[in-house]
Design a protein around this ligand. Structure first.
Ligand code: NAD
Length: 493
């Protein structure tokens, strides 16, 4: 059992508004708890509408000056932030493990992916360039000039508190906007530490702000007159609600929702590799990933062999405390969430799926108060079952035999979700069919978790995404700017 000192982040989660730290003044508050130990780490008070109002007004004031700064100047605090994030990466990783429950390796990987976005946004002088046509009409040159718009907000989920805020923040400010983050109330300590580093990075007051809280705080941001755009990442019902509310209030909006990701395995695949990748994708971060493989559709001729390989690999996974180096699968975020995942396992049994590996009896010595569930594998699942239709967000994988690639793609496309899908195959023709017909935003061929790098956009389809411009990459530049079309004539008289 690893013994650690109490976190140095303090007892009360604070807001960062107009360059200063302050206590949120809403009436609700709750304890932030380590999901593996049950230890109370901090108290999070929720922000009131008045807190939100002050942050947005300060953001608006800051924007009026920040927008006119040369882009070269706007990226300097981001270079500084990259250095600070790297310098404090281990400290951040440890806070992340303790607040979220994932493993240290996963926390380090997450932070690296977050830093990648800061690096990409540092290329803003090139990324923000618009187009020019000389002689677009007689004696007229025409240009498209990208302009920032004002105060943007992002409302983010619990599962990647160190990375997801950075899908948005660096691009919003490098393009000349100001930005208010409302992170998940379930694990706010990494965003808090991130803002301690932002405080050192040299942004002018009001350009980047942190407002903690729950649904009411988010609603106050989404409906605020001076907020021009909303990014949301979270569960599908709330993503849809945020999309509708923000649009009804005249905002730009991109809302990423939940997922149910399929992996297809054909008889020409390297089965051992496919099994290893599928297990890693399904169970890493306790299955609390929007890109996790949830259902494997396996060509019938290799179904039994693949199932055996998956079970063999799944049995090697060690469930435990994220700071223990040998842990592969950490704790689930809350006891309530653990309870929901267990209910899904019950529903799979009730609906007739074959329980091949049961993770419900897992015991982690020394961590009896933790929210643990071991890897759980069902065989012979079918598309009508709840465990196939609905997002579980836990370490539960379903396997089903299919006739071949056509049936697999058709079955997969029946899902309401379209975040990611993977195919393991040795056939180029199967890969081509998959690329053309799979209805998901992120596809992997012989790649178990199709996670885009920061210089590509990240977005899903169907109930996994509401909006048009996605996070990251060039989509982020378009989301955070509008193009002014500028025509100019200087007649030669
Ligand atoms: P959640 O929807 O419960 O909460 C997400 C955020 O929304 C939180 O900040 C929360 O405070 C806020 N919120 C809650 N109710 C709200 C309301 N009525 N109005 C406005 N905001 C509200 O999600 P979660 O449990 O924190 O995260 C897990 C979910 O996120 C999963 O469904 C997962 O698939 C999804 N997710 C999706 C992606 C993606 O890229 N598509 C990435 C990560 C997570």
């Amino acid at each position: 059992m690893v013994q650690r000192e109490p976190l140095s982040t303090g007892e009360t989660v604070r807001n960062y508004v107009d360059g200063a730290w302050e206590r949120p003044d809403g009436e609700t508050e709750h304890e932030v708890v380590d999901p593996a130990t049950g230890e109370a780490l901090a108290t999070i008070p929720y922000s009131s509408a008045a807190d939100v109002d002050r942050a947005v007004e300060s953001g608006h004031e800051a924007f009026l000056e920040w927008r006119s700064r040369p882009v070269e100047e706007r990226i300097q605090p981001l270079f500084e932030l990259k250095g600070l994030l790297e310098e404090h990466q281990e400290e951040l990783a440890e806070i992340l493990v303790r607040d979220h429950g994932k493993t240290l390796a996963e926390a380090r990987g997450e932070l690296r992916r977050g830093i990648e976005n800061v690096e990409v946004a540092c290329g803003m002088p090139s990324m923000i360039q618009g187009g020019t046509v000389a002689n677009a009409a007689p004696e007229i040159d025409e240009r498209a000039i990208r302009e920032p718009l004002g105060v943007f907000t992002a409302i983010t989920p619990f599962n990647f508190p160190g990375m997801i805020p950075l899908w948005f923040l660096p691009y919003a400010v490098a393009t000349g906007n100001s930005f208010v983050l409302k992170p998940s109330e379930q694990d706010p300590l990494v965003p808090l530490k991130l803002f301690e580093l932002i405080d050192e990075a040299g942004f002018p007051d009001g350009v980047v702000q942190l407002v903690n809280g729950g649904p009411d705080t988010a609603a106050a941001l989404i409906e605020h007159d001076d907020v021009v755009g909303v990014s949301f990442v979270g569960s599908t019902p709330i993503a849809k609600h945020v999309y509708e509310t923000a649009a009804a209030n005249g905002k730009r909006v991109q809302a990423q929702g939940g997922a149910k990701n399929h992996v297809i395995v054909t008889e020409t695949a390297d089965l051992a590799f496919a099994a290893e990748q599928t297990v890693s994708s399904s169970f890493a971060c306790g299955g609390e990933r929007c890109l996790a493989n949830d259902v494997a559709l396996v060509e019938a001729s290799v179904y039994d062999e693949f199932a055996d390989l998956v079970l063999e690999e799944a049995r090697t996974q060690t469930v435990g405390y994220g700071l223990d180096e040998e842990t592969d699968i950490g704790a689930l975020i809350t006891p309530d969430h653990e309870g929901r995942v267990r209910e899904y396992v019950e529903s799979g049994i009730d609906e007739g799926a074959e329980l091949l590996l049961d993770g419900r009896d897992v015991a982690v010595e020394g961590y009896e108060d933790g929210n643990f569930l071991g890897p759980t594998v069902f065989g012979d699942v079918s598309p009508e079952m709840r465990i196939v239709r609905e997002e579980i967000f836990g370490p539960v994988l379903g396997l089903a035999p299919v006739d071949g690639i056509d049936e697999a793609i058709e079955t997969m496309n029946r899902s309401d979700f379209g975040n990611a899908a993977s195919l393991f195959t040795g056939s180029g023709a199967d890969a081509r069919a998959f690329r053309h017909r799979a209805e998901a935003g992120n596809l992997g061929v012989n790649v178990g978790t199709a996670a885009p790098m920061a210089f590509f956009h990240f977005g899903g389809r169907k109930d996994s995404f509401f909006g048009d411009l996605h996070a990251q990459g060039q989509d982020a530049i378009q989301f955070y700017t509008d193009e002014t079309i500028y025509l100019e004539r200087w007649p030669d008289r």
